[in-house]
Design a protein around this ligand. Structure first.
Ligand SMILES: [Zn+2]
Length: 407
């Protein structure tokens, strides 16, 4: 019984490797993907900072409708569980499917955005922090900063036309500070045949000398080096203004390590941990006030660009093979941000949760970037924006974009 099974697995992996080889080594796409640029334009520093403030005790959170404050996310503290519940509520708000891996009091959260295929990419980082019993530790950089980028990725990817070609998981690990225990708990549940790659974010907010340096950790494990190539190439493809230093093999000191230890593709993105380390690292002074905010936004964009570019250029994303045939659109919270492949007419019907058309807008647009603000008549809430785009000589393209309208 064992041998045929082994042969089948071997054939599957050989076929997958051949597909990657035919697409040019890593399979990475060397050109900009308009949908990725659209999402990067919509990355909101306000939105990322709001998450950091709430996770680090600077702003209140609402858990089950009750106002509360997260004073410390250390595993010994009540704020650890509150942070889990807070992140869970954020993921529910974006319509994601939730799973958790729970071992005793240790809880890691996995939120899934189902794609057209079950094969998945994961963006994750730890939500716990260092601390001392009974004391307030904001641990803003380590690692509310990473959580802020993951929540922003979930907000933006869930607002793209669904389904994406492949599935995306957003992971928030517990007890990284105790030896990446939460991510280790997850490994037995990781289906190696569907796993495409893991991108870890841990400490994204500090750049004391303003040199835009950052770290890219990889290792000679499965396709980790090809994924690092993608992470490196998106920096110039999308003009992110960062200077990544590649460290191969990276230190086995955070949540990518359990993936490497089990032979799975993973990389880590972080601020410059050697030349310009946050002096407040692992102290009670690790607060938002020390962030370099423009740098933090770029680091969030880097994580999101790596995830989305890797996904859309994945050889399994067959539907992404012909980008440019229709507009790409993402909703920023206040406007639709579009990339139009040609000049044409665009009509947008804003439909509320009960299926009623609330407002219809239309206009003529040139090729390239365009912005369609959410009409003033829309009260805050979740809408579907139905886009009908037509250009001379091309069939009309219709797509639905999920739009959570903020004010
Ligand atoms: Zn950390």
């Amino acid at each position: 019984m064992m041998k045929p099974l082994h042969t089948a697995r071997h054939l599957f992996r050989t076929a997958a490797l051949t597909a990657v080889a035919l697409l040019g080594g890593s399979g990475a796409c060397r050109a900009q993907i308009p949908a990725v640029q659209g999402v990067l334009n919509a990355v909101s520093l306000d939105s990322m900072v709001r998450t950091v403030r709430q996770l680090s005790g600077e702003a209140p959170v609402f858990i089950g409708g009750v106002q509360d404050t997260i004073r410390s996310r250390a595993y010994t503290e009540p704020g650890n569980e509150k942070a889990f519940q807070y992140l869970k509520a954020r993921m529910v708000a974006y319509g994601l499917q939730l799973d958790s891996v729970e071992v005793g009091a240790r809880k890691s959260l996995i939120a899934t955005l189902p794609g057209a295929r079950a094969d998945f990419w994961i963006l994750g980082g730890h939500y716990d922090g260092v601390g001392l019993p009974g004391q307030a530790f904001s641990t803003a950089d380590d690692n509310a900063s990473g959580c802020g980028a993951i929540v922003e990725a979930a907000r933006l990817l869930s607002s793209l036309p669904q389904p994406l070609p492949l599935t995306v998981r957003f992971a928030f690990w517990d007890e990284e500070e105790q030896g990446f225990i939460g991510s280790t708990d997850f490994i037995p549940f990781l289906n190696p045949f569907l796993h495409r790659g893991y991108i870890n974010v841990d400490m994204l907010g500090y750049d004391g000398n303003n040199d835009a340096a950052c770290d890219l950790f990889t290792a000679p494990v499965e396709r980790s080096q090809a994924l690092a190539n993608t992470a490196q190439s998106v920096v110039s493809l999308y003009n992110l203004g960062l200077s990544p230093q590649r460290i191969d093999p990276g230190p086995y000191n955070t949540d990518y390590a359990p993936f490497w230890n089990s032979g799975r593709t993973a990389i880590g993105l972080a601020e410059d941990m050697n030349g310009d380390r946050n002096p407040a690292y692992h102290t009670a002074a690790d607060s938002l006030s020390r962030f370099n905010l423009p740098y933090y936004r770029k680091m969030g964009q880097w994580a999101i660009a790596t995830l989305l570019h890797a996904l859309l250029s994945d050889p399994l994303s067959v539907d992404a093979a012909s980008p440019g045939a229709a507009p790409t659109a993402v909703f920023s919270g206040r406007a639709l941000l579009l990339e139009l492949p040609a000049a044409g007419a665009l009509r947008v019907r804003w439909v509320d949760a009960l299926g009623r058309v609330v407002v219809t807008t239309s206009g003529q647009y040139r090729a390239g970037s365009a912005t369609v603000p959410a009409p003033e008549a829309l009260v805050p809430g979740v809408y579907t924006a139905w886009l009908e785009w037509s250009a001379p000589g091309a069939p009309p393209a219709v797509q639905a974009v999920r739009a959570a309208v903020l004010r």
